[in-house]
Design a protein around this ligand. Structure first.
Ligand code: GSH
Length: 225
């Protein structure tokens, strides 16, 4: 079998938390994908053609199926191969994990965007938005203070991979403020997540993909400058 014919394509953007979670799941699954690194203000025509909503990540399967929601990319990858059993957490089933993830993708992310990009919204009270988001983060602190290393047990799960890229985004708005809050377990879990080989490996830099470029397989290229 010719590997280049069989590999799905992934349009991705290194700094996007949705694309990060897709890459985290793909990395864990070991699935071979052709990586196309994009820049949001210069999206490839083919990506927009197959997914007119034009958000990353976009995965295109060899049969032409387009998966353009990050959570669906994660689940698809892990349904192919899930050696770490990310779809079954120690202390939660898939439905419970999806319910927490949806809360983070919904009201938490709304407050995070208004906090992070306050200048793009009118009449935003930054402190208020930060407080709104913090209520959800306190829920994570509670989960992590039950003696768990991860959100749903002592084993990493889909929920950790789907949610921590957004906790990182929140923390990075004002790291000093974040580190001074009463969520020691969350701070520790975030530090462990961002310094993990797992996370560092999905944050390697790739040059912007252009039509006609040689194929780059995700995870197989050495660190670019
Ligand atoms: N619900 C989508 C959201 C993806 C998303 O919004 N990605 C952002 C980048 S982080 C994007 O591509 N935005 C389009 C743009 O900025 O043009 C998913 O989960 O995949």
């Amino acid at each position: 079998m010719n590997i280049s014919e069989a590999a799905p394509v992934l349009y991705s953007f290194r700094r996007c938390p949705y694309a990060m979670r897709a890459r985290l799941a793909l990395k864990s699954s070991g699935l071979n994908v052709e990586l196309r690194e994009i820049i949001l203000r210069d999206k490839p025509a083919h990506m927009v053609e197959v997914s007119p909503k034009a958000t990353v990540p976009v995965m295109i399967l060899p049969d032409g199926t387009v998966i353009d929601e990050s959570l669906d990319v994660m689940i698809h990858a892990l349904q192919q191969n899930d050696p770490e059993h990310l779809l079954e957490a120690e202390k939660a089933d898939l439905q419970e994990m999806l319910s927490l993830i949806k809360t983070f993708d919904g009201p938490f992310k709304t407050a995070l965007d208004r906090y992070k990009y306050a200048n793009r919204h009118e009449n935003v009270d930054v402190d208020e938005e930060r407080e709104k988001a913090s209520v959800y983060l306190m829920e994570l602190e509670k989960l992590l203070s039950n003696g768990n290393d991860y959100l749903f047990g002592n084993r990493i799960s889909l929920a950790d991979l789907a949610i921590f890229p957004f906790v990182r985004q929140f923390a990075n708005v004002d790291k000093e403020w974040f580190d001074n809050q009463t969520w020691p377990h969350l701070s520790k879990a975030l530090d462990k997540f961002v310094s993990s080989e797992r996370f560092l490996s999905i944050m390697r830099k790739y040059p912007q993909w252009r039509e006609g470029d040689e194929v780059t397989y995700f995870g197989t290229q050495e660190m670019a400058n």
